[in-house]
Design a protein around this ligand. Structure first.
Ligand code: FES
Ligand SMILES: [Fe+2]
Length: 423
């Protein structure tokens, strides 16, 4: 890591209550370090298993400069491989999704099985060992129909502890067999940290998101707008009556689940889970609170609750009783972040009978279009010579926590840089 970056990281650790200095949002060297030390150590939500139902079905997951092939193998399991030929390094799969019986490199036609093994390589010397030239694997895990990838070069961080905490929230909605009803992209010309910070505070909800603010309880947005611990204590107190009434109702229906987040002393990971009421009278997260599809999973009736799981800062699950929203923030470059939303419904829900796509996606489609604009405006400002970090408000508590986590990950880089190796 460059010495100036190290000095900036040191200085920032003494400034927990304010955003990062401008270089963190524009510097290519910082982005390269983040790809390895921050992104490379996360379990990122890639897609739902229904995207690759048959052997040979694959899609590409692209993050930073990396491209990962995620494929349904012949034995029905899911494999993930770096999309890099073991001959001279060409990309192998060029289409973003498809169905194949083997992977054939377009350059010199080396051919790989669906399990990554090199099967064919013409005109190679006699002492060439095919078994040493299989595709580089990427860590992959499944949870209730969700596919997660970790790009770590060595061992991946633990997946199971958070998976078990998150599982009940996902299972309540029957996510594994759920059906994708819509997928929309909002590519955002901003550094990923601005995209993440914007999603982790609701200070901007009132000024920037009229529709979102009208769909949710006002007191809840102040107290828990960006998850447990995101608002001040007095707001949580004001919301406690509404919360207690709903908790009683959900408990009676067997659908109440606790709200929790990472512990103060475990800053290695950022996560949260919770179920909260939407707002008085609302059955689902929609423009008017009225259902947008049929009940999913274990819900026998509408309980007015909304589940949220933040697996990390990049991967989120949000769910009403009748639909699930999966959200992916994927850094692609210093100033480019892919933002993808997916809406899932009951596996037997029929379009235009049980749901209309525009009604289903409305709240988050409008909100995310607004978020794209405010985040891009934020990027333009932090790139200015006159940007000076301000101060976090009482509604931006999560941003201090995330900053602490980010600085910790950057400071505990697991892999030495070229300079450090003396290269
Ligand atoms: S680079 Fe793939 S076969 Fe040559
Ligand atoms: Fe927002």
């Amino acid at each position: 890591m460059r010495d100036d970056i190290r000095a900036w990281l040191d200085a920032e650790s003494g400034l927990p209550d304010q955003p990062l200095r401008g270089e963190f949002y524009v510097d290519a060297g910082i982005f390269a370090a983040e790809m390895r030390d921050v992104l490379g150590r996360q379990w990122l939500y890639a897609d739902h298993v229904s995207r690759i139902p048959r052997p040979g079905d694959y899609f590409l997951f692209e993050v930073g400069g990396e491209s990962i092939i995620v494929v349904r193998r012949k034995d029905g399991t899911i494999g993930a491989y770096f999309n890099v030929c073991r001959h001279r390094g060409s990309r192998i799969c060029l289409d973003r999704q498809g169905s194949l019986s083997s992977f054939v490199c377009p350059y010199h036609a080396w051919t790989y099985d669906l399990d990554g093994a090199l099967r064919g390589a013409a005109h190679m010397p006699d002492d060439f060992e095919r078994r040493d030239a299989g595709l580089m694997p990427c860590h992959v895990r499944e949870l209730e129909g969700l596919i997660f990838l970790c790009l770590a070069e060595g061992e991946a961080p633990d997946f199971d502890a958070l998976a078990e905490i998150a599982r009940p929230y996902l299972a309540l909605n029957g996510l594994a067999p759920a059906r994708l009803a819509a997928r929309r992209s909002y590519p955002t010309s901003a550094n990923w940290k601005l995209v993440v910070d914007n999603f982790q505070e609701c200070y901007h909800c009132a000024p920037a998101h009229k529709l979102y603010s009208s769909a949710h309880s006002k007191d809840k947005l102040l107290a828990f707008g960006a998850g447990p611990g995101s608002g001040p204590v007095d707001a949580a107190e004001r919301f406690s009556g509404e919360l207690a009434t709903w908790r009683e109702r959900a408990s009676a229906a067997g659908t109440w689940l606790d709200a929790r987040a990472e512990e103060e002393d475990d800053i290695r990971s950022i996560w949260s889970v919770g179920r909260l009421p939407i707002k008085a009278g609302a059955l689902t997260e929609s423009v008017d609170g009225a259902p947008v599809s049929r009940l999913m999973g274990r819900f026998a009736e509408f309980d007015g609750g909304h589940s949220a799981v933040a697996f990390n800062v990049f991967s989120y699950f949000l769910a009403s009783n009748d639909h699930v929203v999966m959200i992916r923030f994927t850094p692609r470059g210093v100033l480019e972040t892919d933002v993808e939303f997916q809406w899932f419904v009951h596996p037997e829900a029929e379009e235009d009978v049980d749901y209309e796509v525009e009604r289903l996606v409305r709240v988050w489609d409008v909100t995310t279009t607004e978020d794209k604009r405010i985040t891009e405006d934020n990027q333009a400002g932090v790139a200015s010579s006159r940007y000076r970090p301000g101060r976090f408000s009482a509604l931006e508590g999560r941003l201090s926590t995330i900053k602490r986590w980010y600085l910790h990950e950057m400071a505990t880089a697991s892999v030495p840089s070229h300079e450090e190796l003396g290269a």
